[in-house]
Structure formats: structure tokens, C-alpha cells
Write a protein that binds this ligand. Structure first.
Ligand code: SF4
Length: 623
């Protein structure tokens, strides 16, 4: 049943002295939109604590867009930490929005960001704490329409039954269209099921309840989704795609948090999409094509954003910022304008070539703290398999250039467990790091304090990538290879860290399972799983217990290889990249053949441009 809108802050206030970080629950941050009296109320929720969710650019974009609409108000909600959630349950306080302290269940629309697979149990926790009926099909007429969106919607089946609708792709326009659709349908007095039928007609909107799961010989054991007869839902839902990023509002982040958040800086999205074609990268496939924001617009927006927020750091955010065709121009202009203001400009990770290092030097001329590169694999053979078009020479040149520019520390990101990986590829990871250290000593002197940290993630095969059919590495084999890494790096200047094998396995399970995965998620949550992305909260034993209750084995699920011709659990959703292209890319991976970047060379036929009627939008020719 829908709760009525009223301010519950007086119920939360007495709890603030009893919990960790009470400022997580305080409203009225600088820049937040004051509660509007719009007759239509939406709430955007992030299924993690405030300091993780607050910097999320996607949520900020939608928040601004909807609040700019007449008659609509949009608020935010974050998942309370375990201590606060326990107190709220004890006192029957439901999950509240931040701005007006109204029950989240009292809103017309609730949008939840799916940031990654490990938030699944948090989504259940969020709905439960809000007092919203867990499964969409059981919801009352007047409960909020619950929508998912974000980067992890590309196999959303393990949480699909919890949502009335799922938004695929760019949200700026599509989310606003959904809000209008729900408002109009409610005004017309449409029943919930009719509102969903209407939503399913919108571009980029997937309504899970309109699809049934079929398991047959053409599918994996998790089946595939087909529209229920008579619903008019499309066989395949294509993502919504904005053709021109310059037409969107560049300043998204206007709110200044009270407490330190994970990315405590002003961030601006400088481009969307990446055409480098790394075969393991889901974002690289699902955010295509590439759309750049013009340098001039970025520079003006950075000035406006910094002056409105007071941040002293600005992040130029994207999947590959140094690929921006006006990167140098943009950085020179920013340096000129921000000179004397003590503002630091940062780029998430550097391109592995001289250009990348030069750009890093341009933004951090006085701060030689360290550079971050992502070679991803330790041998040329493996890099060809994953289509990471970086050579040994590129790595060595970038390292030499970085040390010559005064940097002394470097961080390198790798993955292990990639398809076709051998022990030679694994030991190639620390060998690459040692070679970088050696170059550092050659450039800076044998006694210089150069150091290289390597972070090694476990490869998780993701939907809509050329590796979507691959099985994940079994736990024991992950641990053996992790030990091999440690045994191969005797140089104390090389520091190794790696991701937990157990959490990666759950990520793999949730990336592979179809709708049946929802039973696993809900069982795991009932047993006590939540905040699974937090190492100290992750309970692999409980996930195993949930799987045992269902008669499945987690390792079997994650490590299963799918037939490349099988109908997959996510085939009814499409980012525009065709399955034929993914199959071709898989074959080329096995043969170690690389594929070029279509923003620098010709189209490689991924299919997104013709499918969605868009194209790469590059401001100038790329370097
Ligand atoms: S269709 Fe061609 S040009 Fe467009 S993103 Fe795909 S490969 Fe690039």
C-alpha cells in the first residue's frame, strides 16, 4: 500500500547520534533542489550508502533533467548503512527521501541505479526498507512505478522481477519521457498493467512482466525471454541513444556533499562511448557510438561547475578521455583559465602512449604523484586476444616518457582468467611491471625510489561482449594463478594486489544467470547478504547456502560455457551492437587477430550506427 507523503525527519533525527556518519542522512546540501510542489513526485535511489552514490553522474543528470520539468519534482534516496537500517526497522521508519524526508513508497515513480552486479541484494534491501512490495507483479495499483537504469542493465534478468520497467541506454531524454508517460497515464486513470503496456512502447524501455521465459533446445539452461502474446512488447528492446552529447546539459554535478564521498570532486562527462573495441569490456560495447562534447563547452561548464560548487578538483570523466579529439586543446584552455586557482584537473586513466603521458603531464605538471595505465594483459599474445591494441613498445615508451616527466610511481591494471590464458600470460603481468621498474631506474638512476603497483582483477565474462559465451575460471584455478603472480614478482618495487576470487565468482553468476537468478538474489538477501561489494560485508558462505537451497552450484553456473549459437538470457535487450559482430569478434579473438578503432580507421561493422540511426560524433580528427 502506498504511504502518504509527509516529513518524517523528526523520526530520523533522534537516531543520528546513534549511527556511524550521521551526515549521510542530512538533507539541504549546497546545490540540492529544494522540494518542489510538483504534483508528480519521482525519487532516484542509489542502492548503496550516500558517499558511494552521491557522486554518481548518471543519477545527477536525471535529477537535474526531471527537476527542470514543470510540474515534476525529483528527490534522492540512498541505502542506509546497516546500523541505521536496523534502527529504522526497529522503529518502523520506512526508507525516506533525502530532500523532503518523505517515504520513498509515497512517490509516483522510483528509479534505482544498477551500478554493478553486486548491488542486487541491496536493491532487495532498498525495496524492503521502503515498504514497497518486492515483486513488480504483486504491487498494488497505487505503489510507485519502479524503474531500473544504469550501466548494469545489460543482463538485468536476475533482478528483473523486482522492476516494473528497465531503461536501456542514455537516460536524459528517455527517463523524462517515462515520467511524462506515467504521469499522463495516472491522470487518465489507467490501471497499473496498462501503464506498463504504455511504457513498453517507449524507446529503450523494457517491461519484464510482459515477457515470459522459454527454456528449450535452442537456449542455455536459463532460457530466453519472449514477449507475451497480445502485449505489443517488442521482441528485442533496443537502447535509447542520444545522437549529440553537446545538446545535453554539461553541468550535472551541482550538489556539494557534507561528508567526504568516494569521488570528492566536480566531474564532467567529456565524451560518451569508446570505439577501441576491447573484447572484455561491456561498457565499450554498450555505450557505442562515440559522442564527444566540444572542448569549448567543456571548459565553460568546468568554470561554471567549479564556481557553483567550490570544488578544488575537476575530473574529466569518460571511458577514454585522452581519446577526445580536442583533448590537448581542452587541457591547455583549462590550465590557462584555472591557473592561480589551485584547481587540480584529473583524468581517470591514461592512454598507454606518449600522448597519454603528455596529457597527464599537462594536467598534473606540479603533482608527480603517480600515473595509472591499464595494459590489461601481460603478454602481446593475450593483448591481441582481448583487442587491447597496445604493444610492448607502447608500454615501454609510455613508462620512459612518464619517468622522464618526473613521475616516480605507476599503477597498472591487469586482468587474469581471460580466455585462452596460459601461465606464460600470468607471469607476463609481473614481468611487465618489473620491466617498467627497470626503465624507471634507467631513467631516474639506480637508487631512485621508483615503484609500480599492479592491481589484478579476475575476468568476469559480461553480456553483449565478444566474450559473453565464455566460462569464468574456477576458484581453485584463480587462487593457483594468484599465487603464481606472487611467486613471480621478487622485486620489492613491484607491489601486487588482486581482487577476491569469491566476489568475482558471484559477479560472474549474476552476469550469467537469467531470471532464475532473482530467486538466488532474494534467498541470499533473506539469509543476510547485502553490501556485497564491501569486502567486510561480503558473505560467500551465505551465497553458497542460497545456491544449495536452490540445488545449484555457484561455480558450475559461473564457469559454464555457452554455445555461441544458443539463445541467451539477455538476447531480448540490445545496445545496438549485433550478435553477428560479437560472434566474429570472438572468432578473431581465438585467432589472435585485432580489430581497429572505427574513430580512427574505417567502420568495423559492429552494427550500432545503422541499428539506431546514429554515428560517431567526433569534433575533430582524432590523434
Ligand atoms: S557501426 Fe561502425 S562506425 Fe558505428 S560504432 Fe560500429 S564500428 Fe563504429
Amino acid at each position: 500500500m502506498r504511504l502518504s507523503r509527509k516529513d518524517w525527519f523528526s523520526h530520523i533525527e533522534p537516531l543520528l547520534g546513534m549511527v556511524e556518519r550521521p551526515s549521510r542522512y542530512l538533507d539541504h546540501e549546497w546545490g540540492a533542489v529544494e522540494e518542489q510542489d510538483g504534483p508528480f513526485h519521482a525519487c532516484l535511489a542509489y542502492a548503496d550508502v550516500y558517499e558511494v552514490g552521491q557522486p554518481n553522474l548518471g543519477l545527477s543528470i536525471l535529477y537535474n533533467e526531471l527537476n527542470a520539468q514543470d510540474g515534476f519534482s525529483c528527490e534522492r534516496a540512498y541505502l542506509p548503512w546497516i546500523d541505521m537500517a536496523a534502527l529504522m526497522r526497529e522503529r518502523n521508519i520506512p526508507l525516506l527521501s533525502l530532500e523532503s524526508s518523505s517515504p520513498v513508497a509515497s512517490f509516483d515513480l522510483l528509479g534505482i541505479t544498477l551500478a554493478h552486479e553486486l548491488v542486487c541484494t541491496n536493491v532487495v534491501e532498498l525495496l524492503d526498507l521502503a515498504g514497497i512490495t518486492l515483486f513488480a507483479e504483486d504491487r498494488d495499483e497505487d505503489e510507485p512505478i519502479v524503474i531500473a537504469g544504469g550501466p548494469s542493465v545489460w543482463n538485468c534478468e536476475p533482478v528483473a522481477p523486482l522492476f516494473d520497467a528497465v531503461l536501456l541506454g542514455d537516460g536524459e531524454r528517455a527517463f523524462v519521457a517515462m515520467a511524462h508517460c506515467v504521469r499522463d497515464a495516472r491522470a487518465e486513470g489507467l490501471a497499473r498493467k496498462d501503464i506498463l503496456l504504455r511504457l513498453a512502447q517507449l524507446d529503450g524501455v523494457y517491461v519484464p512482466s510482459l515477457y515470459e521465459i522459454v527454456v528449450d533446445q535452442s537456449s542455455t539452461r536459463w532460457g530466453y525471454a519472449v514477449p507475451k502474446p497480445g502485449t505489443g512488447a517488442p521482441d528485442v528492446v533496443h537502447k535509447h541513444c542520444i545522437a549529440d552529447l553537446a545538446e545535453t546539459e554539461p553541468v550535472a554535478q551541482r550538489i556539494v556533499p557534507y561528508l567526504g564521498v568516494v569521488q570528492d570532486r566536480f566531474a564532467i562527462e567529456v565524451l560518451r562511448g569508446c570505439a577501441r573495441g576491447c573484447r572484455f569490456c561491456q561498457a565499450g560495447m554498450t555505450y557505442r557510438p562515440v559522442r564527444e562534447r566540444p572542448a569549448e563547452q567543456i571548459v565553460e561548464a568546468v568554470e561554471e561547475g567549479l564556481s557553483a560548487s567550490g570544488f578544488d578538483e575537476c575530473s574529466l570523466s569518460s571511458l577514454s578521455t585522452t581519446d577526445h579529439s580536442q583533448c590537448a586543446k581542452m587541457l591547455v584552455a583549462l590550465n590557462e583559465r584555472l591557473y592561480d586557482q589551485g584547481v587540480r584537473v584529473s583524468i581517470p586513466s591514461q592512454r598507454l602512449d606518449s600522448f597519454g603521458v603528455n596529457m597527464a603531464a599537462a594536467v598534473g605538471a606540479s603533482r608527480k604523484a603517480g600515473l595509472t595505465f591499464a595494459p590489461e594483459a601481460g603478454t602481446q599474445r593475450m593483448r591481441n586476444v582481448i583487442n587491447k591494441n597496445v604493444t610492448e613498445e607502447d608500454i615501454e615508451t609510455a613508462a620512459r616518457n612518464a619517468f622522464s616527466n618526473g613521475y616516480r610511481r605507476m599503477k597498472l591494471y591487469f586482468m587474469m582468467g581471460l580466455p585462452t590464458e596460459t601461465d606464460e600470460d600470468v607471469v607476463g603481468i609481473p614481468h611487465t611491471a618489473e620491466r617498467v621498474v627497470q626503465i624507471g631506474r634507467e631513467v631516474c638512476g639506480p637508487r631512485s625510489k621508483v615503484s609500480v603497483s599492479i592491481s589484478v582483477a579476475v575476468f568476469v565474462p559480461k553480456s553483449h561482449t565478444p566474450f559473453q559465451w565464455v566460462g569464468q575460471l574456477p576458484l581453485e584455478e584463480v587462487r593457483r594463478r594468484q599465487q603464481l603472480l606472487l611467486d613471480t614478482a621478487p622485486d620489492p618495487a613491484v607491489r601486487i594486489s588482486y581482487h577476491g576470487a569469491d566476489t568475482s565468482l558471484i559477479e560472474g553468476v549474476l552476469s550469467k544467470m537469467g531470471r532464475k537468478g532473482c530467486e538466488l538474489v532474494v534467498r541470499a538477501w533473506k539469509l543476510g547478504c547485502r553490501f556485497d561489494a564491501w569486502t567486510d560485508q561480503f558473505r560467500f558462505d551465505l551465497w553458497n547456502e542460497a545456491a544449495t537451497q536452490m540445488g545449484i552450484d555457484l561455480e558450475d553456473v559461473a564457469c559454464e560455457t555457452f554455445d555461441p549459437n544458443a539463445r541467451l538470457p539477455w538476447d531480448h535487450t540490445s545496445p545496438g551492437v549485433s550478435k553477428g559482430y560479437l560472434q566474429r569478434e570472438w572468432r578473431r579473438a581465438i585467432d589472435g587477430i585485432t580489430t581497429s578503432d572505427c574513430t580512427r580507421e574505417s567502420c568495423t561493422g559492429c552494427g550500432v550506427c545503422p541499428a539506431l540511426g546514429v554515428s560517431n560524433a567526433i569534433v575533430e580528427e582524432r590523434a
